[in-house]
Design a protein around this ligand. Structure first.
Ligand code: ARG
Length: 461
């Protein structure tokens, strides 16, 4: 016999098979099971403490939920589509196991505040795990950067050689992005960490409940202060997805660079074989599949953000079934980001750097032209005139097919009488780096100091 629908007393005919499948969420929301149990235990404990259910009911509920938890862990729990979602599946099983106590669990509660609580518990847990993963990626970046404060590469603007920088300085730019991503996730966590339970269906409940007690048991910072808002808004999930989309976007940019750097035309790095694949037809190929997929999966997470925003925008207060559609984008965002971060830290640790190729690229693009202009300015030439003088000198060197540092002093002096022997310190890549000696600059001692500061910030809890 088919399970009797929970609300069947009101209905003259059973829900159509197709509709049942269309409306059911158990296929994906079973992921919330452990958080659902956690929330139910806290709710039951509060009900007993307020005298709304008896202590023996609480004990039965605890015993039943413990068994259900074991069944789920063992993979023995039977999820039924007829029971629609994770909440009804667990409640039904509880009632089968412990009888009336199971039926009392839902007193003063609705699935509306129940599901909002479950998602918040799920997301809080996910954020905590993601923060750890971001930290390990940041550590991998620092370890690589520490070895390369004197490894010179061209810095680019418009993907054209601009000025020499160190490879460490370039890597530290990503450290900073991840630092802000971490701050954003911490901030988002504060708004996730509020308790909806007690809002019941939408208006609150007539039982003498203690919401603060439930909040405390579940480790929430406080309760959601308006019952309609508590059951209906998913802004915290949207906010989280926006944070996740930004992390992915940062990693997508990094991936794009890794792909370019690994191309033999650059030849700046090699990515360990375990992160690449070959071609089924071209035997010579080694493709950077992982960074390419990170770039691709960023589109997917960005899409989830738009899906969630769109899901919310037309909903009147309070709860609407639309909200059931929040889970798949949210779960997929968490999983995609988790896997991406996990693989990325390992991939960064396995990067092989080719300093010679970086150096020769930096020597090819007149990367120290700005240094020559700055040199002239320091000798009293107005910047715009210095800029023009150097442009002419660069054209000269270009026709000659050599770097500025290879042009003789007498030839350089034809462009400006202010040029003297000391110009070669400025034209060298090392001199150019060393001169950018202020916080945020690429001078090796500054980047070393940035790495020390970064290590200190990571050591803080
Ligand atoms: N499965 C539902 C969801 O994910 C649970 C809440 C259902 N509430 C309701 N009134 N139908 O949103």
């Amino acid at each position: 016999m088919q399970d009797k629908d929970t609300w069947s007393g009101r209905f003259a005919e059973p829900v159509a098979e197709l509709v049942k499948r269309y409306t059911a969420s158990v296929g994906f929301d079973h992921k919330l099971a452990m958080f659902d149990i956690q929330g139910s235990l806290a709710h039951a404990q509060m009900l007993a403490s307020c005298g709304i259910i008896a202590t023996h009911d609480l004990n039965d509920i605890k015993r039943g939920l413990a068994q259900i938890e074991n069944e789920i862990i063992a993979g023995e729990f039977v999820w039924s589509l007829d029971l629609e979602d994770v909440h009804l599946n667990i409640e039904k099983r509880l009632t089968t196991l412990v009888g009336d106590a199971g039926k009392r669990l839902h007193t003063g509660r609705s699935r509306n505040d129940q599901v909002a609580t479950d998602i918040r518990l799920y997301l809080r847990h996910a954020i905590d795990e993601l923060l750890v993963l971001i930290k390990s990626l940041q550590n991998a970046l620092l370890n690589l950067a520490a070895q390369h404060t004197n490894t010179i590469m061209p810095g680019f603007t418009h993907l054209q050689v601009a000025q020499p920088i160190s490879f460490a300085h370039h890597l530290m730019a990503y450290f900073e992005m991840l630092k802000r991503d971490t701050e954003r996730l911490h901030d988002c966590r504060r708004r996730v960490n509020r308790l909806p339970l007690g809002a019941a269906a939408l208006a609150g409940t007539s039982y003498p409940i203690k919401r603060e007690m439930v909040a405390e048991i579940l480790g929430f910072d406080g309760v959601c202060e308006n019952s309609l808002d508590a059951v209906s808004d998913r802004d915290f999930a949207i906010e989280f997805t926006a944070c996740a989309a930004l992390v992915m976007t940062h990693l997508s940019r990094f991936s794009e660079e890794l792909i370019l750097w690994m191309n033999p035309r650059f030849g700046f790095i090699d990515i360990a074989d375990r992160f690449c694949t070959g071609s089924s037809i071209m035997p010579q190929k080694k493709n950077p599949d992982v960074p390419e997929l990170v770039r691709g999966k960023t589109g997917r997470v960005n899409g989830h953000l738009v899906a969630l925003l769109t899901l919310m925008k037309g909903q009147p207060l309070a709860y609407n079934k639309d909200n059931q559609e929040d889970k798949e984008p949210l779960f997929d965002t968490v999983e995609t980001l988790t896997q991406t971060l996990r693989i990325y830290a390992d991939m960064i640790a396995g990067i092989q750097v080719k300093p010679e190729a970086m150096r020769s690229a930096a020597l090819q693009g007149y990367a120290t032209a700005t240094d020559l202009a700055d040199y002239l300015v320091k000798k009293g030439v107005p910047f715009r005139d210095a800029h023009e003088t150097v442009a002419v000198a660069v054209r000269f060197a270009e026709q000659r097919g050599c770097d500025l540092s290879a042009v003789s002093l007498s030839e350089l002096q034809q462009f400006s009488t202010h040029i003297a022997e000391d110009v070669y310190q400025v034209l060298s890549l090392e001199g150019s780096l060393a001169s950018r000696n202020h916080i945020g600059g690429t001078a090796p001692n500054q980047v070393e100091a940035a790495i020390v500061r970064a290590r200190v910030s990571l050591a803080k809890p």
